[in-house]
Design a binder for this molecule. Structure first.
Ligand code: PRT
Ligand code: ZN
Length: 292
């Protein structure tokens, strides 16, 4: 049995459960109690506040966790090698919950370079990450830890600037602030702890295999079409697919059916080129998983 910690209520909760569901793991979502269990996979779910997740994974109370990279960075518990006692390892970036932590100042002030912050006070819920940036940039500023509503600090004369999560930037604008330095990019990540036995490692690798199959299908479409046999060579050059496209003869003489995978961003360009070499009846389908 492997134990995963996920956020109980918040921005990452639904996407974390959706990822497990996509990976074929059935969880009773209506029962988001402290500890839950998957019905068809050896996984126990621990529902926690996001701030607590890196710590419980590091001390082995949970084996793995899904949490924002910002929280992992702030915990100071990230190791660059696996199985460091009391530390966590980054297993995968998960592609949702994207944001960054940035320095922001009142919009009417002019920002020059990091020395702007010398002698200033900065409000934040991420003092550890901020201290790291200040040190790296040789800046002597006062860090004021605030747990919520950081964005009101300058207007309320609590601090001169803020260091906070930015996603669309709307919160900064509505508080008369502007982003001046993006310090850390973040997204939801899967972390693992140091003390997993062989059975847990085996369950984790089966989970990672499923997550990777989902990630492999992101941004890709399945495409199939009828094509004059004489155009197959040209079409194969256009659609390299994973190994090479599948080509099957049709009952009609001189025609075949061609199946392939194409990047979504290249889809319309490829369709135009395929039509130009005689492709007909082109179908484009969503892809769920790609097992390499
Ligand atoms: O209760 P718990 O402690 O578990 O949750 P929480 O309130 O601490 O965190 P929550 O649920 O708000 O966010 C969880 C995680 O989502 C964060 O740790 C980030 O990794 C990620 N995330 C992604 C965000 C945002 N986008 C985000 N926009 N977390 C917070 N925000 C807030 C931000 O603090 C600011 O107030 O949204 C505001 C800015 O948004 P924009 O779009 O106006 O720029
Ligand atoms: Zn939190």
């Amino acid at each position: 049995m492997l134990r995963i910690a996920i956020q109980s209520k918040g921005r990452l909760s639904d996407d974390s459960l959706a990822l497990l569901r996509d990976a074929g793991i059935m969880v009773d979502e209506l029962k988001r109690k402290f500890l839950g269990k998957a019905t068809n996979f050896p996984l126990e779910l621990l529902y926690l506040r996001d701030d607590d997740i890196p710590g419980v994974v590091a001390d082995g109370s949970a084996d793995i966790g899904i949490v924002g990279f910002n929280e992992v960075a702030e915990s100071g518990l990230l190791a660059d090698a696996p199985a460091v006692p009391g530390k966590v390892t980054l297993e995968r970036k998960l592609g949702f919950g994207k944001c960054h932590i940035s320095l922001a100042i009142p919009k009417n002030q002019e920002y020059t370079d990091p020395s702007f912050f010398n002698g200033k006070s900065i409000a934040t819920s991420y003092p550890y990450v901020l201290e790291g940036w200040l040190k790296e940039n040789n800046v002597d500023a006062r860090v004021r830890k605030i747990l919520g509503s950081v964005e009101i600090a300058p207007a309320a004369s609590i601090a001169d600037a803020i260091f906070d999560i930015v996603s669309s930037g709307g919160t900064l604008v509505s508080n008369g602030l502007k982003e001046v330095v993006k310090v850390l990019d973040s997204e939801a990540v899967l972390i693992s702890g140091p003390s997993m036995d062989e059975e847990k490692r085996r369950i984790l690798s089966s989970l990672l295999f499923r997550f990777d199959s989902i990630a492999n299908s992101a941004g890709k479409k399945y495409i199939l079409m009828n094509l004059p046999t004489e155009s197959v060579e040209e079409a194969v050059k256009l659609l390299p697919a994973m190994r090479s496209p599948t080509v099957m003869p049709l009952a009609a003489e001189g025609w075949c059916s061609l199946h392939s995978v194409v990047l979504e961003k290249e889809l319309w360009d490829k369709i135009e080129k395929l039509k130009a070499i005689g492709a007909e009846g082109i179908l484009v389908l969503d892809l769920d998983k790609i097992i390499l």
